[in-house]
Design a protein around this ligand. Structure first.
Ligand code: C5P
Length: 403
């Protein structure tokens, strides 16, 4: 799925060593379906050449406001008129200061001032420059002018120091630009999500788990952040990266067992929507061995099972009786091998929740594709097979309407 299809992006590059990453950024934006028009400042051309950017973007690069090849010699007006967004990466301290004052002494600053579209900046500078009061003033003014800042991040810098001011990675900038274009029906809402499998220890090296990859839950987390929510993700053991982490709109608790997942979820009950996407083990081992269980000839160990708490059931109960708190809209998930619609609806009623989402088909585990059946009080509706992120976005829009 290309999340930036038909979007026209002006990619501005100012002078900073992070400019070498703009080449990769241009590639990623194009991969997502955007058309990219690069505009470089004079200083940017000291770090990366227009030829490189032209080859990657497939468009001639603009470097001067005196370019006579543009109709009426008005490149700044033409470019900002046709763009869906101007993204400047890296945005140097100098460029941010100029933009915050409305200065327009080269093509990039001029087209920002003349723009009729959103402006997003990915700052990149040495940590002293980022922490300087003058930069703070620039950031405050730019924020007031509705300019979106993507990052910066903290970490090792080209100058050898470690601290705030690193440009976000191209993949993070791309994720955030995609998020920027999504509708925001969950702005101001809190969303809690369980995702992934759980692992029930038998002894220090063995355990019982399941085939859940966590991809659906993580896709819902990403779609919820994109929709403007503050998200808390309670994740079972899976090695997926937290989506849109650099936005600061998502937090994560990693857990292993169902009991830990239950405790972490109960710690975060103050939410507007709860998605129970995790494949929680129904039973744990009553007394996991502290030492590795040795083989005893042909005799197999006697494992005693104990039922795990039902996180979704408890969540629906607790919050409903919690005075003064808004009732979170609880969404359960169901993976059944037979008669999905009936089992899922029965599950919805038994758990006392308004919506259950059924995973159709046996190939959902680990796949990027899925097909969902939405079941609520009004009946059931099949969603077309699609990428999990696309389904997650549709589901978020649907739930947003319910609340
Ligand atoms: O029928 P089952 O209880 O497995 O229903 C599945 C739904 O319940 C899923 O949304 C799953 O995340 C949630 N669940 C849970 N805690 C459990 C078992 C399931 O939250 N112990």
């Amino acid at each position: 799925m290309q999340s930036l299809l038909n979007k026209k992006i002006v990619l501005g590059i100012s002078g900073g060593i992070a400019a070498y990453k703009s080449a990769e950024l241009a590639r990623l934006l194009i991969q997502e379906g955007a058309s990219v028009q690069v505009v470089m400042t004079e200083a940017a051309q000291q770090f990366v050449t227009p030829v490189t950017m032209q080859a990657l973007s497939g468009n001639p690069v603009f470097t001067s406001q005196w370019d006579s090849s543009v109709a009426n010699n008005m490149a700044h007006i033409e470019l900002s008129r046709s763009a869906d967004a101007i993204l400047i990466a890296p945005a140097s301290a100098d460029l941010m200061a100029k933009l915050s004052l409305g200065l327009a002494d080269d093509l990039l600053t001029t087209l920002c001032l003349a723009r009729d579209c959103s402006l997003l900046l990915a700052p990149a500078m040495n940590k002293q420059m980022w922490e300087h009061a003058a930069t703070h003033r620039s950031v405050a003014r730019l924020t007031q002018d509705s300019v979106a800042l993507l990052g910066p991040a903290s970490g090792a810098q080209a100058c050898g120091e470690v601290g705030m001011g690193r440009m976000l990675e191209p993949a993070e900038i791309t994720e955030q630009l995609i998020a920027f274009f999504q509708k925001k029906p969950l702005a101001g809402k809190k969303v809690l999500i369980t995702a992934g499998p759980t692992f029930e220890a038998i002894d220090p090296v063995r355990g019982i788990t399941n085939r859940s990859s966590g991809k659906m839950g993580f896709a819902i987390a990403r779609a919820a952040v994109e929709a403007g929510a503050q998200v808390h993700l309670v994740a079972g053991p899976c090695d997926l990266e937290t989506p849109l982490e650099a936005t600061g709109k998502i937090s994560r608790t990693n857990v292993i067992s169902a009991k830990e997942m239950h405790a972490a979820t109960m710690n975060s009950i103050d939410c507007d929507v709860f998605f129970a996407v995790a494949a929680v083990a129904d039973w744990g081992i009553a007394k996991p061995s502290k030492e590795k269980i040795k083989r005893q000839g042909k005799q197999s160990p006697n494992l005693e099972f104990i039922a795990n708490p039902d996180i979704l059931l408890d969540m629906a109960k607790i919050v409903r009786t919690k005075a003064g708190k808004p009732h979170p809209y609880c969404v359960g998930f169901a993976a059944e091998s037979t008669d999905l619609a009936n089992h899922a609806n029965e599950k919805r009623k038994r758990k006392g929740i308004p919506m259950v989402v059924g995973n159709i088909g046996p190939d959902t585990f680990g796949s990027d594709l899925n097909q969902l059946l939405i079941i609520d009080e009004s009946g059931s509706k099949k969603m077309a097979k699609a990428e999990k992120l696309q389904l997650a976005r549709q589901l978020i829009q649907l739930v947003a309407k319910k609340i």
